[in-house]
Design a protein around this ligand. Structure first.
Ligand code: DGJ
Length: 747
């Protein structure tokens, strides 16, 4: 997939950097006093001197860099690494508090380096190259003379994708302690503000809803202050031109590869310049940087599309699937799983689990996942977390014996863990009450009766690792669902100095990454699924460790349309855990046909979350067909190119999307009707991404690709309001859905 088309040119004479891969250009230059001035980011343009783009005007109430000069003010310049208080008044990319209390810095160019390849970020998740020819990296070193602090700005351009990644390293080469109060991984000044800001926001059970608003003078932002990326806001924003839709127009998408507190903001100044900044949330953050130490900021991904949102999403999908997710499961077909959570909650014993597993095997399921409740004294959600050894009351023969039993039925075996948590009713808490995050002499606030372990402490991570290893070895686990069910409160670490308390959130996230890394290194064949009360930590950082995530605790098929549609803005279909659950649905009480529940869950990492023994014979036949369908097409679904066709957010009671295989020979199209209506208008669906000249077959009908994309495909609802014999599909009902497969007809 990659040919090295990436170039990074430095025009010595013009002091200009140009990152280009034939798809995009990113251009900036050095000012005469060593500042980095942003010139252009967008569709690829030729290499030449673009200095003329720098506009300097004398304006009232402006401050200037040089005495006797009334032109050079950072307030009026677009920059790459802005600072506050040295003529710019917008938000900075860095704020460094020094021992004397000053936060004024003046970082200027020291040197740069350009090389093939992409350096790994220490202890942080990031996109990667498989070989150095996949792109190029520019590292610019800036230096503040007074503090002797250096900042390395890392820019990587991918060869064959419209992608640039950014991050920074702050290195204390001075002799004094410095405090990093703000460090944006990306700061990008755009020349105007004619954009709509799109964010993915919501709550537990309704994650990643698409929300938009026009940019306006002032700051617009999303953030997390919860210690996890959160259900409320996903670390992603797109800036869309006004005419941009799914298939056309310019859009810039940005996402932070990080799972903790983040901030994404766009500051539109009074001259309509937009400053887009992405990074760790400065709220609650401060990092003490001792002499010789380095702080690395998480990676930001910047994606450009001039063919609308679908193209932006397809770029994110390809990048995240192939160059963020890692390990054996990156490229492997994901197993059809059954999870017992909604089937049993805490009410299970071995016989019940085995009966579910047996039925699951009969219908073609491949993996059995035992969810919460198998460990410690976990009989409800008041106890047990922290004790990762089997609950003998429930599973008297042990976890190894259950695993063997499940395997003898013919299924793989997986387990749920919530490694970061502790209940006060647990052996772990009794032995180590000080391991729990809390603030001394203050009330301890719980969430779901549980408390958060201080993953900033290596001994905590080691203890949980050892406990998990025993269980993994005993039961030879093939899958782990790693859950996280509450935000962080009372954040404090008594082992750290008072000046280091602003580090606790970030140290926690690094601890979570450390445990993941230890586990995937020791057990490279385990498939990890991340989870945080559904999609509370569905972020690019997690995808580096776990190639799939439980998308939402809301398993209702109709609710899932919006959730999966929003999630698909940047996350690949293969990353979205999607299960068929029982009706009435446990979150909405809604009754939806089992066919529709399958038709929605197909567009994800597919599975079931119900007791199949409770289904009718007729439903079981449907389930068997669903699994056969999914196994036949899962590789197309997971590796194909996804197109959103009709948005469930547009309120027309419908949604549609499709996937086309990379060779364009197969296309799977889905249309979902939400509420039934009477005497409906005629409707066509205009397909996308097909080969115009291929002849496609669906049932006995043949169509050319160009026909399906331009003439459209009839999806009119047969209902006239009277269910009579003349109707081709007489039974119409709420929550109906249809799936069509088009395959190239070879002669
Ligand atoms: C929250 C998860 O999202 C659910 O799927 C389930 O695993 C429960 N936790 C178990 O406590």
């Amino acid at each position: 997939m990659f040919n090295n088309r990436a170039t990074i040119n430095f025009l010595e004479e013009d002091q200009q950097f140009h990152l280009n891969n034939g798809l995009i250009s990113y251009i900036f230059k050095l000012s005469s006093d060593g500042k980095l001035l942003q010139l252009y980011y967008g569709k690829a343009i030729p290499d030449k001197d673009y200095s003329y783009l720098i506009e300097m005007h004398h304006r009232p109430m402006t401050t200037y860099r040089q005495e006797n000069d009334l032109l050079y003010s950072l307030e009026h310049l677009k920059q790459e690494f802005p600072e506050y208080g040295t003529t710019d008044f917008r938000h900075p990319a860095i704020s460094l508090r020094q021992e004397n209390g000053s936060k004024i810095t003046d970082f200027v160019y020291l040197k740069h380096e350009i090389f093939n390849g992409k350096p790994q970020l220490e202890n942080l998740p990031a996109t990667y190259f498989e070989n150095d020819s996949e792109g190029k990296t520019l590292v610019i070193t800036l230096k503040d003379k007074v503090t002797n602090v250096e900042v390395e700005l890392l820019y990587t351009i991918f060869s064959d994708l419209p992608v640039i990644t950014r991050s920074s390293r702050v290195i204390n080469k001075g002799s004094q302690v410095q405090f990093i109060e703000e460090i944006a991984s990306l700061s990008l000044d755009l020349p105007d503000a004619d954009y709509d800001w799109m964010q993915l926001s919501g709550a537990w059970g309704r994650e990643r809803a698409v929300k938009e608003r026009p940019l306006q003078q002032g700051i617009q932002s999303i953030e997390s202050t919860r210690g996890i990326s959160s259900h409320q806001h996903n670390p992603f924003v797109a800036l869309k031109r006004k005419n941009t839709d799914e298939t056309s127009g310019v859009v810039i998408g940005t996402a932070l590869v990080y799972s903790g507190n983040f901030l994404i903001q766009a500051e539109v100044d009074t001259w309509d310049v937009t400053r887009l900044q992405v990074g760790i949330n400065p709220f609650g953050f401060q990092w003490q940087l001792n002499p010789t130490e380095t702080f690395t900021s998480p990676e930001v991904v910047l994606v450009y599309s001039n063919c609308g949102l679908n193209q932006m999403s397809q770029t994110f999908h390809q990048l995240f699937r192939k160059r963020l997710a890692r390990g054996v499961w990156r490229d492997k077909d994901r197993p059809v799983l059954i999870n017992n959570w909604e089937a049993t909650y805490f009410d299970f014993d071995e016989d019940k689990l085995v009966s579910i597993a047996e039925k699951a095997h009969d219908v073609g399921v491949e993996l059995f996942v035992l969810d919460d409740g198998w460990f410690g004294e976990r009989n409800n959600d008041h106890s047990g977390l922290g004790d990762w050894f089997v609950n003998k009351t429930r599973l008297p023969r042990g976890i190894g014996s259950l695993a063997e039993k499940i395997r003898s039925i013919g299924l793989k075996f997986g387990l749920w863990f919530e490694p970061e948590m502790v209940n006060k009713e647990s052996k772990l808490y009794k032995e180590h009450p000080d391991w729990m995050i809390h603030t001394p002499n203050r009330k301890e606030n719980h969430g779901r009766n549980q408390f958060v372990l201080n993953f900033g402490m290596q001994e905590v991570v080691d203890e949980i690792f050892n406990q998990m290893c025993s269980i993994i070895d005993e039961s030879k686990l093939e899958y782990i669902k790693w859950d996280m069910n509450r935000p962080l409160t009372d954040v404090y670490d008594a082992r750290l100095e008072s000046s280091q308390q602003g580090e606790v959130f970030h140290r926690y996230v690094l601890g979570v990454y450390r445990l993941y890394e230890m586990l995937i290194t020791k057990y490279p064949n385990i498939l990890f699924e991340s989870c945080s009360s559904g999609g509370g930590r569905f972020d690019p950082g997690m995808l580096y460790y776990a190639p799939q995530a439980w998308t939402s605790d809301d398993s209702d098929a109709i609710e899932r349309l919006k959730i999966q549609y929003g999630t698909s803005m940047l996350y690949p279909i293969s990353s979205m855990g999607a299960h068929v659950s029982i009706v009435p649905n446990h979150q909405t009480n809604r009754l939806t046909p089992i066919e529709t529940r399958g038709n929605v869950a197909f567009f994800g990492a597919f599975g079931y979350e119900l007791d199949l023994n409770q289904l009718t014979e007729k439903e079981i036949l449907v389930v068997k067909k669903q699994i056969t369908f999914y196994k036949k097409y899962r590789s197309v679904i997971h590796n194909g190119i996804f197109y959103r066709l009709i948005s469930p957010f547009d309120c027309d009671e419908q949604a549609a999307w499709m996937i086309v295989s990379e060779d364009k020979k197969t296309a799977i199209v889905a249309h979902y009707k939400i509420l039934n209506k009477v005497n409906q208008p005629y409707k066509r669906l205009y397909l996308q991404g097909l080969h115009s000249e291929f002849v496609y077959q669906n049932d006995d009908q043949l169509y050319s690709g160009s026909e399906l994309m331009n003439v459209g495909f009839i999806i009119s609802d047969a209902s006239s309001g009277q269910n009579n014999e003349q109707n081709i599909r007489p039974e119409t009902y709420d929550f109906d859905s249809r799936i069509w497969v088009f395959t190239q007809k070879e002669d």
